[in-house]
Design a protein around this ligand. Structure first.
Ligand SMILES: *[C@@H]1O[C@H](CO)[C@@H](O)[C@H](O)[C@H]1NC(C)=O
Ligand SMILES: *[C@@H]1O[C@H](CO)[C@@H](O)[C@H](O)[C@H]1NC(C)=O
Length: 177
């Protein structure tokens, strides 16, 4: 009786260490597939408008509107351990106070390989404003297309699939009558 129990116990310990080994192997194998897809990110227009927010109507601040084009083939990132991709467009710039800012302007979740070829003409989905309320004297911004790969097993990996070829200055605010 005792020996049967001990044998079962050993066997299940053996099975669970097999499972751990398998999961570790899957997680490690993801590092072998370091696909680095390259896409293109171009800006169609960048415009700055003066305005105010609904919450603080008396406080003037500037808003930037970015129209962009993305063409990227992210299918190489889909392998057996890819659960989904989080893709986002980020503006990276140093503002008038010398603070480095990374602002997410647009994002998307891709769950299937057949949806991973992107041809998008879009505009920022999230409000783009600066903490100092103005983009005057901010340095030119780099715009990047980045992704997080969420695997079934293992750790999140980060990558960059494209960036504007050179920093893009913020224009003078448009005058609104
Ligand atoms: C961006 O895409 C739009 C619509 O497809 C096109 O009219 C425009 O020329 C493109 N602009 C750039 C900079 O690629
Ligand atoms: C923008 O990109 C250029 C060249 O790639 C780099 O030298 C610069 O530091 C970047 N600026 C920011 C704010 O990340």
């Amino acid at each position: 009786m005792h020996s049967l129990y001990a044998r079962l116990n050993n066997f299940s310990a053996f099975l669970s260490s097999c499972l751990m080994g398998l999961l570790a192997a899957i997680a490690l194998s993801s590092f072998l597939f370091t696909a680095e897809p390259k896409g293109e990110l171009t800006l169609a227009s960048v415009k700055v408008f003066p305005g105010s927010s609904r919450r603080m109507p008396t406080v003037k601040q500037e808003f930037t509107f970015v129209n962009f084009n993305i063409s990227a083939d992210l299918t190489p990132l889909f392998h057996w351990n890819t659960k989904q991709l989080f893709v986002y467009l980020q503006a990276e710039y140093v503002d008038s106070k010398g603070v480095q800012n990374d602002v997410v302007l647009w994002d998307s979740i891709i769950r299937r390989k057949q949806d991973a070829v992107l041809n998008i003409a879009g505009r920022n989905k999230y409000v783009f404003r600066d903490l100092s309320r103005s983009f005057r004297n901010a340095q030119a911004a780099n715009y990047t297309l980045r992704y997080n790969l969420m695997p079934y097993v293992g750790v999140l990996t980060y990558g960059e699939a494209g960036r504007t070829s050179e920093p893009v200055p913020f224009p003078e605010p448009e005058t609104v009558s």
